[in-house]
Design a binder for this molecule. Structure first.
Ligand SMILES: Cc1cc2nc3c(=O)[nH]c(=O)nc-3n(C[C@H](O)[C@H](O)[C@H](O)COP(=O)(O)OP(=O)(O)OC[C@H]3O[C@@H](n4cnc5c(N)ncnc54)[C@H](O)[C@@H]3O)c2cc1C
Length: 378
């Protein structure tokens, strides 16, 4: 058993660090925006890191997407800017179904542009009345003479308004299908969502009888649940990677502050309770990092079979990140509460991670189902 990263993985981590150091001066400004920051997007493009989101056939780096590489990059980017992390992650999350089951035409049309960031991608699952209970969606397609008619609405969709296309999860008779909808389609409308505590490129997407061609379907009709599961199997663990990076960035802020500021004649970091809290933060970060890297390696082998590992990593890492950021803010006293600081940003950014790509409570349901299945089989 080897707990070290390979030299290729170290190189990818280094590339991400190079990008992050260039983005750092823009990060506070970008993370206050709910639209894409153009310079940030350009710098991400120049970094070539989005190559990790498509396969070699379409200009990417690897024959299959590598969840560990994606986790390592998200760990670094999320510690710097949540908009940067989201722009990177969405290129994979919003195109993975095409990579997995798209026709040659669909792959050739979209994937090279996803890689170059000429097309931003989006995945539209959630609806006003369907969140965790994904099977209750009502957005639907009906067959026509020339293709399909799409009607319904999707809610809180990342990249809405900025995306070039949407992968839309729809009801198709009694089953579920995934369709590609170009952003310029007649009848597609994007309206704003409520602003959230940590700004994010988000929007509501409405489909008023959108005409789609017959080749809009990704994979087989009626098989979209498997595509959603495969996407989550590959990318849910990457949210854990982002949470590890965010927690580590908070710890770094706390270390810098508590090593310099003195109270009772000593640096804060040498006062018993503060010392204990810093130790707990570091220990928990190492725990979630190991769990995340291991889950990513399982996901590389079989994302569907190992989805419970990805869920455990996401659950543990996002819950821990919230606690760690809170503790780090605590040891900084009033300076941990100041508006416009990195600590404030991290504090707000930790919160949504426990909701998207599976709320913690919903993940626990799936994990326990797997536990009972495993432990009660003969
Ligand atoms: C920043 C952000 C970006 C997002 N981007 C996208 C996107 O790109 N595409 C997309 O499709 N969606 C996106 N979403 C939506 C996200 O996927 C949903 O918010 C998520 O699935 C939870 O659904 P909900 O908010 O409707 O909560 P609900 O389903 O209403 O659940 C509310 C709470 O009830 C509890 N709960 C729900 N079900 C269960 C259960 N079975 N057992 C126990 N407890 C339960 C949980 O605590 C949960 O948090 C995004 C959300 C955020 C915050």
């Amino acid at each position: 058993m080897n707990f070290d990263l390979s030299s290729e993985h170290y190189e990818i981590q280094q590339e991400a660090k190079n990008l992050a150091s260039k983005i750092e001066p823009l990060a506070a400004q970008a993370d206050e925006l709910s639209v894409v920051h153009p310079t940030l997007k350009e710098m991400l493009r120049e970094s070539g890191l989005v190559d990790l989101m498509v396969t070699t056939k379409y200009g990417g780096r690897t024959e299959q997407l590598d969840p560990l590489s994606i986790c390592l990059v998200r760990e670094v980017l999320a510690g710097t800017s949540c908009q940067l992390d989201s722009l990177f992650a969405m290129q994979g999350i919003g195109s993975f179904a095409i990579t997995k089951k798209g026709s040659i035409n669909q792959c050739e049309k979209w994937l090279p542009n996803v890689r170059s960031l000429d097309s931003l991608a989006a995945l539209a699952l959630t609806e006003p009345d369907a969140g965790s209970d994904l099977k209750s969606i009502i957005t639907e397609i009906h067959e026509t003479n020339s293709g399909f008619l799409l009607s319904g609405a999707k809610s809180w969709i990342s990249n809405a308004g900025a995306a070039s296309f949407y992968l839309v999860f729809v009801r198709d008779g009694g089953r579920f299908t995934m369709v590609i909808v170009p952003a310029e389609s007649k009848g597609l409308r994007v309206t704003p969502c409520p602003e959230i505590i940590s700004p994010h490129v988000l929007g509501e997407v409405t489909f008023d009888d959108v005409n789609l061609p017959a080749d809009c379907i990704i994979g087989e009709r009626g098989a979209a649940l498997d595509l959603v599961l495969a996407t989550l199997g590959t990318f849910r663990v990457s949210v854990a990677g982002a949470a590890v990076g965010l927690a580590d960035a908070a710890l770094q802020e706390a270390i810098m502050h508590t090593s310099q500021r003195k109270q009772f004649g000593r640096p804060l970091a040498k006062l018993g309770a503060v010392e204990q809290m810093l130790a707990d933060c570091w220990t928990e970060i190492e725990m979630i990092r190991l769990l995340t890297y291991r889950a990513a390696q399982y996901a590389a082998i079989d994302p569907l079979e190992s989805v419970h590992h990805s869920s455990m990593a996401k659950l543990a890492a996002t819950e821990a990140a919230s606690k760690i950021v809170d503790r780090c803010s605590q040891v900084m006293g009033r300076f941990g509460l100041a508006r416009g600081t990195k600590m404030e940003r991290l504090y707000r950014q930790a919160r949504p991670m426990r909701i998207y790509e599976g709320a913690s409570e919903v993940l626990r349901v799936g994990i326990t189902r797997k536990l009972i299945e495993e432990r009660t089989k003969n």
